[in-house]
Structures are given as C-alpha cells and as structure tokens.
Design a binder for this molecule. Structure first.
Ligand code: SAM
Length: 281
C-alpha cells in the first residue's frame, strides 16, 4: 500500500471541450498512463490539450484482464488515470471491475468531480431533485421497458434515464402508454453542444415535438420523469379515497368499499378498514 501508485477517475467533457478542469488536465499530464475506453476517441481530447501521456484501452470486453495488468502497475508505484469516451467513468461506462479490484488491493482511488450528463441534465430540468433515482439505459425489449416505466407510478421522485437517438421516440411512446396522466417529463438533448435543448411536458407533447422534425430525434438524450406519489399511507390512491368518502355518505360502507375496490382494482377489505378509520377521524 505504501509504495502503491494512485488510480485517478477523471471525468471528461460531454460535448464542450472546455468543460474539463485544470486539475483533470494536470493529472492527465502527469500520470504514467491513461486507461481509456477508446484510445482513438481520447486521443482527440489529449491532442487538443497537447497532452502526450501514453494510453491503453480499457473497455467492456477487456476490463477484467486489463484490471489485473494495470493494478500490478499501480502496486509497483505507477499512477494511472481512467477516462471514458465522455463524462464520468463508471456512470453507464466501464470501470467498475477495475475500481473494485483496486479497492480490494488497497490501491488508493481518487475520483475527480466533473462532467456527467446525469447531474447536468437534472440540475437544469426544473424537476424535483431532493430525491431522485438513476436507471442508466431502459431495457430495449418492449415488455421489459413497459414494466420498468410502470414501476415509476407513484414513485414520488424524479427518475433519470440515458437514451439513444434510435430509441428515443419509442421510449417516449412507452412513457405515454405506461405512466400515470400527471407525470412530468423533461428531455435534455445535446447538453453543452450547439443544439442543446430541454423539452418539458407530458409524454404526448414531447412525442409530438419529436415527430414534428426528424432532426429532433438526433443527438444524445437524457430522459427525466417525475411521477407524483398519489398514494396515502394506506397505499390507496387519493382519488379512490375521495370516491370512497363520497359513496359512503349515500351507501353502507361495505357497499361503498366494494364499488371503489372494483373501480380502482384495489382490495375491498383494505378499503373497508380505511373507510372505518376515516369515520373515526
Ligand atoms: N459516463 C457518461 C456520463 O457521465 O454522463 C455517460 C456515458 S453513456 C455510455 C452515454 C449516454 O449519456 C448517452 O447515450 C446519453 O444518454 C448521455 N449523454 C452523454 N452526453 C450527453 C450530452 N451531451 N447530452 C445529452 N445526453 C448525453
């Protein structure tokens, strides 16, 4: 551990080459080696900043073997920087196996703060940020995608996805079909690039925008979905409780609970108990 070098996790720009910190450039200049997701891609960034440090590839298909090789170099005292094609390594990018391996071998790992499409998009979205979840890319298969989106109902938080241009229209269509009506969507496109755009509204309105011009479907996207939580502490939707209260003024509670349960697909007994507790309030 004492003679070991350090692994630096270095975020790189997601569009605008100026979005790299002075510290990141300093580290890229001074480490012994840069492990890059795609060395040709990273060479453009390095040559822009006249950095001549040697690079070695580390991607999804060679990460385990490379990790063994590079952790040995780190243990021998070399310093290594890890970069991905864009943004923060490990965030929907390679690096997890390597970082875990280094941690297990007590090799110091230092991550630099920097560009990340997730946090950048979220901070400008206007959606609640006090609680959010990040799901990376949605499943490609329709059924799995529909299930993932349906599970967001009543989440009460903002959920962030990355999305590819060839799938963005289908994904927004799936949002339209599987989310509750009061969801809010923000689609961030081409962050930090010339045609940066944030579109907000319902899935329907964003679908119309995407279909209005094929150019709208081109580029890189972050999809953010906010689903309000309409469930009470008893797990019933607010509207179901409103109906239960209304009906129970005119009908016996058992009957009111039965009708409400049938209408909202809920459990009759649970609604009956809920109705009793409401009467006692
Ligand atoms: N590690 C990266 C990060 O920190 O954001 C993400 C890598 S992931 C393989 C690539 C995805 O990130 C893209 O498909 C897109 O969803 C999102 N993304 C990256 N750059 C973006 C940009 N400039 N504008 C919008 N989304 C972007």
């Amino acid at each position: 551990m004492t003679n070991s070098g350090t692994l630096y996790i270095v975020p790189t720009p997601i569009g605008n080459l100026s979005d790299i910190s002075a510290r990141a450039l300093d580290i890229l200049n001074h480490v012994d080696m840069i492990a890059a997701e795609d060395t040709r891609h990273t060479s453009r960034l390095l040559s822009h900043y006249s950095i001549t440090t040697s690079t070695i590839s580390m991607h999804d298909h060679n990460e385990a073997a490379r990790s063994t090789q590079l952790s040995a170099k780190l243990l021998s005292g070399q310093n290594i920087a890890l970069v991905s094609d864009a943004g923060t390594p490990l965030i929907s990018d390679p690096g997890f196996i390597f970082v875990r391996d280094c941690r297990e071998k007590n090799i110091p790992v230092i991550a630099l703060p920097g560009p990340c499409a997730l946090t950048t998009a979220l901070s400008a979205s206007g959606l609640p940020t006090d609680k959010f979840t990040f799901h990376g890319f949605l499943p490609v298969k329709q059924q799995a995608k529909a299930e993932a989106l349906s599970s967001l109902k009543n989440s009460g938080c903002t959920t962030v996805f990355y999305e590819a241009p060839r799938r963005v229209r289908d994904t927004i269509m799936a949002c339209h079909e599987n989310l509750q009506v009061d969801h809010e969507i923000v689609l961030a496109k081409e962050i930090s690039k010339t045609f940066e755009t944030y579109k907000q509204g319902s899935a329907q309105s964003i679908l119309e925008w995407l279909e209005a011009d094929p150019v709208h479907q081109k580029g890189e996207f972050v999809l953010m979905v906010y689903c309000p939580n309409n469930l009470t502490k008893d797990g019933a939707p607010q509207e179901a409780i409103a109906l239960l209260e209304l009906l129970s003024k005119e009908l016996p509670l058992k009957k009111a609970a039965g009708i409400t349960a049938a209408h909202y697909g809920l459990k009759k007994n649970a609604l009956y108990e809920l109705g009793l507790s409401l009467k006692q309030e």
